[in-house]
Design a protein around this ligand. Structure first.
Ligand code: APR
Ligand code: PHB
Length: 389
């Protein structure tokens, strides 16, 4: 097989890139190691910046998002028994849209199927070759047969654990990483959300987040020690702990019910520099990870892919290589700002096991300053809705 761009991974990054390229008339094939059902079964965050909504519009997959997405003009920060609203729209004139990553992925998969573009699911032993030459190659096994795709470029959109970044010699990249000493225990339930907007709660027992997927489906998170296991958390234990970390107003409005899903995710900050190695480009979680506190993961994946699609369009349609040449530097500028914001929000709202009395007072003072100062609230709002692309 031969194509212009071979895309590794059918997560949101790979699927969105495929869709943007197809619409620009650029041939692409996606190679994914899992089944479509498995990919859709993963539950991830669901806050879209306007840049991400625009990218989905440009890819022609925003119809359901416009019907079902919930536009949020603000978020709530709860601490010391009170909730404080940050009015995103009043502060920076923009909002965010609540629409689950699963739904984004489903819409992209449907569009790809309708366009008849090739996706190879359940590809085993995917390997990348010769991306330092003009004739890169992707090899994989399917139904017991080894197959090859010849291409001009490879887009590594295969997430943090994927093969693309691991195919690059260690000495060609620089890694920046921070692993946090806690995780998030998430619970999904068919219950109405506790509030109209998201509630980020900082409490001495640990951080908690009240989020949602729709007006009938809620997503809640608890900060837990890295050693915790989801099996040890009954629904009842989860709800009780959540209630104890919320302010009285929010706690009394909480509607509980059986969980549909419960899992623990570790928290990590990670950046790989650069994001291009010869004819191989990394995008999304393959190149960087943020802790989920600012909900930036999917949004960063979308902005990488927008820049990459523009680069390929410049190259193939206008013989202009500047977009591809500038890809890594352009993305990393945005990536590092989102890394900073996610790290800051994580540090502000979580309890750190090694925190001394001084750092606890600093956290309290910063929370107080944040909700009391318009300048501080605006800085949060500007980052939360997404910095300009
Ligand atoms: N070969 C082929 N596909 C692979 C391989 C491999 N060796 N390894 C991983 N994959 C696939 C995974 O099965 C997955 O479907 O690559 C895809 C990567 O998808 P994501 O992990 O969702 O990453 P990305 O598309 O960059 O999306 C970023 O997802 O993880 C969240 O917080 C993140 O919201 C952000 C978004
Ligand atoms: C989610 O709904 O899963 C979610 C929302 C906001 C975050 C993180 C996760 O900051």
């Amino acid at each position: 097989m031969r194509t212009q761009v071979a895309i590794i991974g059918a997560g949101p990054a790979g699927l969105l890139l495929g869709q943007l390229l197809a619409r620009a008339g650029i041939d692409n094939i996606i190679v994914e190691q899992r089944s479509p059902e498995y990919v859709l079964g993963r539950i991830r965050a669901g806050i879209l910046e306007s840049v991400t909504v625009d990218a989905l519009k440009r890819a022609g997959v925003a119809a359901r998002l416009h019907e079902e997405g919930l536009v949020h003009d603000g978020i709530e920060i709860a601490f010391n028994g009170r909730r404080h609203r940050i009015d995103l729209h009043a502060l920076v004139g923009r909002s965010v849209t609540v629409y689950g990553q699963t739904e984004v992925t489903r819409d992209l998969m449907d569009a790809r199927r309708a366009a008849g573009t090739t996706t190879i699911y359940e590809a085993e032993d995917v390997s990348l070759h010769d991306f330092d030459s003009a004739r890169p190659l992707v090899r994989y096994r399917k139904d017991g047969m080894v197959r090859e795709i010849q291409c001009d470029y490879i887009a590594g959109c295969d997430g943090f654990h994927g093969v693309s970044r691991q195919s690059v010699p260690q000495d060609a990249m620089r890694i920046f990483e921070r692993v946090y000493p806690f995780g998030w225990l998430g619970l999904l339930s068919e219950t109405p959300p506790v509030a109209d907007e998201l509630v980020y709660a900082s409490h001495e027992r640990g951080f908690a987040l009240c989020s949602m997927r729709s007006r009938h489906r809620s997503r809640y998170y608890l900060q837990v020690a890295s050693s915790e296991r989801a099996e040890d958390w009954s629904d009842e234990r989860f709800w009780q702990e959540l209630r104890s970390r919320l302010d009285p107003q929010t706690a009394s409005a909480l509607v509980t019910g059986p969980s549909i899903e419960k899992s623990i995710a570790p928290l990590r900050s990670f950046v790989c520099e650069p994001m291009r190695f010869g004819q191989l480009f990394l995008a999304g979680d393959a190149a960087h990870i943020v802790p989920p506190t600012g909900a930036k993961g999917l949004n960063l994946a979308a902005s990488d892919v927008l820049a990459l699609a523009e680069g390929f369009e410049g190259h193939y349609r206008h013989a202009d290589g500047s977009g591809l040449d500038g890809y890594s530097a352009r993305c990393l500028r945005r990536v590092w700002k989102a890394e900073r914001f996610s790290w800051w929000m994580t540090s502000l709202l979580h309890r750190f096991p090694d925190a001394d009395a001084f750092s606890s007072r600093m956290q309290q003072a910063e929370l107080d300053y944040l909700v009391g100062s318009e300048a501080a609230s605006r800085a949060l709002a500007e980052n939360y809705v997404g910095l300009p692309y």
